[in-house]
Design a protein around this ligand. Structure first.
Ligand SMILES: Cc1cc2nc3c(=O)[nH]c(=O)nc-3n(C[C@H](O)[C@H](O)[C@H](O)COP(=O)(O)OP(=O)(O)OC[C@H]3O[C@@H](n4cnc5c(N)ncnc54)[C@H](O)[C@@H]3O)c2cc1C
Length: 460
């Protein structure tokens, strides 16, 4: 195989796949390779889903996080079209351009069989007023929900579309990057080397440490980012039905009275399932939902997150998040689960108490005590937010509300990039969540389109 390419994409997540899509669509005059640590899409099956194992067994690679489509493939494919959350792409490409790019991503997904999926919007909802009356702030967004099942089908079609133009290599991790005479040489864990003129780093959250290593080696500036810590909440779907039926995903922000901290809802999955995710050996929680009613559960899940940013002398926010996740992994052997009623009464949830619980958990997790894991300040914030949400969604603060811990949103260190998402190393670009600029499917995908258009102009 000839190992010289014009462009190499490291990471086949949302950003890498959408860059590949646009390269194919524009029929760019360039030879392209995309490499990923994970599996091709048809092999991305989590053994928990098949019932082969009851709990996360830390597969390498993790099929939830790695492979074609990246962390987005087994997500429920909620594409939020907004500059209000999900990243700061608009600060690089401008507000209008960012929205246009996200709208374009939406149209591509719809063309690949997603057109039946509903586009929800907060534009004319009365919920905003009701939330405000209760000191809660509903952020504006449009959201298209594809559902895990349809999301996978769309991505399979995208894979067939790009495979004639973009060569793809699976289960291969890029290790080193070297630049000499305007040519990048990369080596992989299989001992192979490849060269290219332009290198796109799109390694996402699972590649965050690797991206930081490459940037440090190449003297690209990195800025520490925040880390969000919290829990995944699971309640009977009826509790949030009036909200999720209207806007599907509601991003609600609350400022706590005790500490003035901001707590927000994140990644809402009506009739969904809670899942464990494994990032570099650390098990945290997440959630998703199917479009097919037959596959749906009776619960709604979403995260409640508190943001933490650190200043000198401590700068490594991710290390802080990892330490808290490790504590929960140590006590629970993975994910911990507690009833809200038990948390408030200061007692652990036990298997015996869980048996009496009316809300049935969708993820098998160890019944335990989250107050031994989550720092007091963040836990107080979460409890206060649960009572605040109870005012607009009565039932939220019920004894049987389930809390899974911990949910951690790691944000990659912010890589210094230009408006073209190019680093200070000419020809080395950083897109998607790996850049620390985006934190969502829409924005990561949009950044992939943006870079493909820039490189297409260069190769003309
Ligand atoms: C369960 C779950 C549900 C989610 N739900 C939503 C949602 O509904 N809406 C939303 O907006 N966001 C959601 N997210 C987040 C969303 O998936 C990410 O924001 C998005 O996938 C980021 O895309 P990316 O291309 O930057 O990186 P990723 O999708 O993380 O892809 C990065 C890829 O790079 C590969 N890689 C890493 N390092 C290397 C290396 N050194 N060599 C080779 N390959 C490498 C990885 O294997 C991976 O496939 C969810 C995430 C999870 C885990």
């Amino acid at each position: 195989m000839n190992k010289d390419y014009d462009i190499i994409i490291v990471g086949a997540g949302a950003s890498g796949v959408f860059a590949s899509y646009e390269f194919t669509k524009l029929n760019i005059d360039a030879k392209i390779l995309m490499i990923d640590s994970g599996n091709p899409i048809e092999k991305r099956i989590c053994p928990i889903k098949t019932g082969k194992v009851p709990n996360c067994i830390s597969c390498v690679p993790c099929n939830i996080m790695n492979g074609f489509g990246g962390a987005g493939t087994l997500s429920d494919g909620k594409y939020n079209i907004t500059n209000n959350f999900g990243g700061d792409l608009h600060n690089f490409v401008g507000n209008e351009e960012a929205i246009e790019l996200m709208e374009y991503v939406d149209s591509v997904l719809c063309d690949f069989d997603g057109q039946e999926s509903k586009l929800y919007s907060t534009a004319s909802t009365n919920l905003k007023t009701v939330a405000l009356q209760n000191n809660l702030h509903l952020l504006d967004a449009k959201v298209r929900h594809f559902g895990t099942d349809r999301n996978i089908e769309i991505l399979k079609k995208m894979c067939s579309y790009i495979e004639d133009k973009v060569e793809m290599i699976w289960r291969t991790t890029v290790d080193t990057v070297e630049k000499k005479d305007d040519i990048f040489t990369i080596t992989t864990d299989k001992g192979e080397s490849y060269t290219c003129k332009d290198l796109i780093l799109s390694a996402g959250r699972s590649g965050s440490k690797w991206i930081s290593k490459i940037c440090e080696q190449e003297n690209v500036n990195l800025q520490s980012n925040k880390v969000d810590i919290g829990v995944r909440v699971e309640v009977p779907a009826e509790v949030f039905k009036h909200i999720t039926d209207e806007v599907y995903e509601s991003k609600i922000v609350y400022q706590t009275q005790q500490y003035n901290d901001l707590v927000r809802t994140f990644c809402m999955n009506p009739y969904g399932e809670v899942v464990a995710e494994n990032t570099n050996g650390i098990i945290t929680v997440n959630g998703h939902a199917y479009a097919d009613p037959e596959l749906q559960s009776e619960n709604t899940n979403f995260a409640l997150l508190v943001s933490n940013t650190f200043t000198e002398p401590f700068r490594d926010s991710n290390e802080y998040g990892e330490s808290i996740a490790k504590l929960s992994n140590m006590l629970g052997g993975g994910v911990l689960l507690q009833r809200f009623g038990d948390l408030i009464k200061g007692r652990r949830s036990s298997e015996r108490r869980m048996k009496k619980c009316f809300t049935r958990p969708t993820l098998k997790a160890t019944a335990g005590d989250l107050s031994l894991v989550i720092p007091k300040r963040q836990l107080d914030d979460i409890i206060e937010m649960i009572y605040a949400l109870d005012k607009i969604a009565p039932g939220m603060a019920n004894e049987d509300t389930l809390l899974y811990g911990v949910e951690v949103k790691f944000y990659n260190s912010r890589v210094e990039v230009s408006e073209n998402l190019e680093t200070s190393v000419k020809g080395m670009y950083c897109v998607g969540d790996g850049s620390g600029v985006t934190h969502s499917l829409s924005q990561a995908s949009a950044s992939g389109i943006h870079i493909a258009r820039i490189l297409n102009r260069k190769y003309k």
